[in-house]
Write a protein that binds this ligand. Sequence first.
Ligand code: G4P
Length: 514
Amino acid sequence: MTQISAKISDRRTFAIISHPDAGKTTLTEKLLYFGGAIHLAGEVKARGQNRRARSDWMKIEQQRGISVTSSVMTFEREGITFNLLDTPGHEDFSEDTYRTLTAVDSAVMVIDAARGIEAQTRKLFEVCRLRSVPIITFVNKVDREGRDPFELLDEIADMLALDVCPMSWPVGMGGQFEGVLNLADNNVARPEGDSRTFQGKVDADPTLPGNIADEVELAQGGYAEFDAEAYRNGDLTPVYFGSALKDFGVAELIAALAAYAPPPRPQPAEPAPVAPDNPEVTGFIFKVQANMDPNHRDRIAFMRLCSGTFKRGMKLTPTGHGKPIAVHSPILFFAQNREVADEAFPGDIIGIPNHGTLRVGDTLSERADVRFTGLPNFAPEILRRVALKDPTKTKQLRKALDDMAEEGVTQVFYPEIGSNWIIGVVGQLQLEVLISRLDAEYKVAAGLEMAPFETARWISADDPADLKTFADLNRAAMAKDRDGNPVYMAKTSWDVGYVADRYPKVRFAATRER
Ligand code: G4P
């Protein structure tokens, strides 16, 4: 095996998807701990607070105690390099969350054993499904009273239309919790004292509850067998039971990621998909974070490397715009601190400091002859009109809105008629972020008003004449996004269906690929 193909097959780039409170932070902490990246449980939170203290530009993060922006954590275990891309865990989320999922090869879905599939788990799952991202399920908190494991498995199968395959089994829950049984080798990891393990054969252990053998038989007989290909196609999810808090099932989860989760795969691109072992260095920007330091207008663009061996100082060109840029100080994200990268491989994430030249969705490559496709913009679910309190600040407002659209914090729409700029977001929290940052970073006092529209669709047609006819007849509802693409603003969602029926030659898209 060549060096690069070994590096590729040893990489797992993944994200954790979950509903708030299911235990994502706790599990992240334990994954990093098992991976040797942190030495004390609790450091993830502590680190988060440090970061927040350093970047107090985002006051909302502090006020609400949540991390709005995603980050990247790298750890190693038994020769495998894991890149864990964090997605914001709050109920409200931005397109950032979605786009992060375009940069991973697989995901871990964390479910609270007492709650089952919750709203945000489901939304994030749907995004994974759009891209056939394979999912390993971790049913967390089995040390507490939870729902019946069979009921949970059936719920996952029914609500997500997935085959499920239990890989482990909780022996009792809550007060009766005895440990977790590994169905592959019949070992039970049991609490001893307050945590941790000893092992024994399930049928040879007289202290286990009498019905466990029956349960296991049902669990193994009643669900799909594990099929690595079905998992990698996104049709089957292996399910692990555990407790992030008490360290049950975490090592098994890491082992499952190492054994089954796909290494970096070919990425959709034009003119043709790019295989990771292609020697040319290519990657795409899935996230831009501005103003990490309030004293400098710096930005970090997060690039997922898709092919080739990246070396520090290398020149990369953004496809379609701009000159080559020399990447002298790329950043790698090891869990304890950011490290300057000398080399990176497909599947790795590198941070590229820049002054606003790099945008979400950009492809970077050595020869500027490819373009990655499939980074979606999502139709906003909330639209607001921006009302400026001081009319002399129009220019600053435009700059701020363009900047934030570039980062993916909000979308901006410029109506064909009138001068009331409209911003669109997917979640309510983005609105608060916008107002707070306008004030803190751009010194622009602005408020938000209800917009006369409820949703927006990107429109296109095979024949430009059809598009023009539609736009001419619906001028009051037409706008352009920040890239000049035509957008239909609808008063109600019902309107979208109505115009789509009336204009069959026009396509109305709820996402737009960049
Ligand atoms: P999140 O990032 O998904 O929002 O969840 P987080 O890890 O913060 O966990 C939410 C709560 O659930 C925390 O309790 C955490 O300690 C608890 N928790 C996580 N995993 C387990 C588990 O395996 N078993 C049990 N019993 N509890 C678990 P909290 O009281 O809200 O926060 P804290 O004060 O303990 O930090």
